[in-house]
Design a protein around this ligand. Structure first.
Ligand SMILES: [Zn+2]
Length: 298
């Protein structure tokens, strides 16, 4: 999803800093892109370009790349590969998509040309084959519920935890590091944006968060930088689950009272969550989506 509404205030300011077509780095602004090794790991990295980011894992036998994040900026994938090449000359073995939304997965050709096998959830493969999006590589392989990749001493589990922000989200779990790469279905302290809920599955989303929490991870690499660039915690995910559970219950009540879509979008409020970033600007989109579910069967 586009993330301007997804993130906390400091991160929103950070995003606004990137809004211009011409990039000019002012003092105090983060650089256009950055590659950082995840603290406490030997071989897990985050590549960030503007306000999207992806994980890559370097092993002696090859590199596992995720999400090319090049929608609207084809140079990002080339930069991503150049950044990897500063670290290793090992072959690019895999490119794995977190889900099928273009802002995360456009630009995969650079990695496919470098030799990667492209992997995604089955529905992502089906959808992308139908859509034929500009600069979107259709996956070579599909995952249904789980696939384990072992490469050069590293184990990476690709796990489908159900429909949430999309119907094709795979989480990527590194058991050794207890690290999880999960994209767009778990915000870090903010209310999902319109694009966050447009393609989403209320109630199933909550179940997916529970299944994801059941995986033994401790830290989450998100698809958009967290506040101050931090990683996600289990509490972030628990908080998101609590917000969605309460949202769903309140919208169900409004729906049963015949208030969906209006006046529910104006009347339903969750003051307990009012301190979440982007609450005011995004709450109506969330109510609208859950109204569709409870009120119309959409
Ligand atoms: Zn998305």
């Amino acid at each position: 999803m586009q993330s301007k509404n997804l993130i906390s205030l400091p991160a929103a300011l950070f995003t606004l800093a990137f809004a211009g077509a011409a990039w000019a780095q002012a003092p105090g602004q983060p650089p256009l892109f950055a590659t950082t090794k995840v603290v406490g790991t030997d071989n897990v990295y985050i590549f960030r370009y503007q306000n999207h980011q992806a994980m890559f894992v370097v092993t002696p036998a090859g590199v596992i790349v995720t999400d090319p994040i090049s929608y609207g900026r084809p140079q990002a994938a080339k930069t991503y590969l150049d950044e990897i090449r500063k670290i290793t000359q090992a072959p690019i073995k895999y490119l794995i998509y977190s889900h099928h939304h273009y802002d995360h997965i456009a630009g995969g050709k650079v990695f496919k040309d470098a030799g990667a096998t492209v992997i995604a959830h089955r529905r992502a493969k089906e959808r992308l084959a139908q859509l034929k999006g500009l600069d979107v590589v259709v996956p070579d392989q599909a995952v249904d519920s789980k696939k384990t990749i072992k490469l050069g001493g590293t184990t990476l589990e690709l796990i489908y935890t159900g429909r949430n922000h999309s119907d094709s989200s795979l989480v990527m779990f590194l058991p050794k590091n207890k690290l999880l790469f999960a994209v767009d279905f778990n915000q870090l302290g903010s209310v999902p944006s319109r694009l966050g809920v447009n393609d989403s599955y209320p109630v199933e989303w909550e179940a997916s968060l529970k299944r994801t929490l059941a995986i033994g991870w401790e830290r989450q690499i998100p698809g958009h930088p967290g506040p101050g660039g931090r990683l996600g915690t289990r509490k972030d995910m628990e908080d998101q689950l609590a917000f969605m559970t309460d949202l769903s219950a309140e919208v169900k009540k409004a729906s049963d009272a015949g208030k969906c879509f209006d006046p529910a979008t104006k009347e339903v409020r969750l003051p307990k969550y009012g301190t979440l970033a982007n609450y005011e600007q995004n709450i109506e989109w969330n109510i609208h989506r859950w109204c569709g579910y409870w009120g119309r069967g959409i």
